[in-house]
Write a protein that binds this ligand. Sequence first.
Ligand code: BT5
Length: 236
Amino acid sequence: MIAFDVRHYDSIGSTNDEAMRLAREGAAHGTVVHADEQTAGRGRLSRRWLSPPGNLYLSIVLRPDVPTARSVEIGLVAALAVADAVDALLPQHVRATLKWPNDVLVHDGKIAGILLEQADDTLVVGIGLNVLQAPSGVSYQVSTIVGCGGLATVDGAREKLLSALAKWFGIWLQEGFPPIRASWLARAHPIGATLRVRLADRLVIGRFAGIDEDGALLLDAADGRTRIVAGDVQAG
Ligand code: BT5
């Protein structure tokens, strides 16, 4: 069980930066930085995460006692936890789906993003979840809990998310990656779906063939099976 210690801020640049700073000062496993808004919220690859008041922005310091190479798996653990929390806040017939590596979608719109950052033996997992406010100026479809018919407060969403995270982190520590991989696949693109994956230097188009035992994306492209460790999946 993780003992969460939540530090709340009204406004901050990025909760990930603050969590990293606290981690460098020795903050314990389970320290959580939660802000009502971020003025410099970050996505992957220096992209922006729009962070107006009304949504959940938090970062968790984790010190898992496992090789750093397994941190990719924690991204998938976090995505499952966010998806469970989102499901619990939405009407029963609506379910969150997952897009590799860490996006959580509802009705094909991105409702949450996850940013993993690492320094030595410390991992910071940053999660942004749209609860009340759909940010404007995003180039693709965005969802919010309330816009999808859910009922939630930001603090209520935080509690659901942290308890789901404690649950999935515990499963991962006790049973390893196989149950995470199976549960992730059950919520993800169907096997065989056409995916377009933007890599640093090119676009790869192929059929989704699952994720391997390390969490990497497997794609059957014209020139055979490709294993992808970093990229952006675009609409099929
Ligand atoms: C992510 O990056 O999806 C990771 C986002 C992590 C945000 C959290 S908030 C708490 C913590 N503190 C931080 O500073 N960050 C973390 P990526 O896959 O690169 O997606 C970024 C893209 O999502 C942007 O380029 C926009 O197109 C889109 N976007 C920006 N804000 C959004 C929002 N609020 N909801 C949905 N999409 C958004």
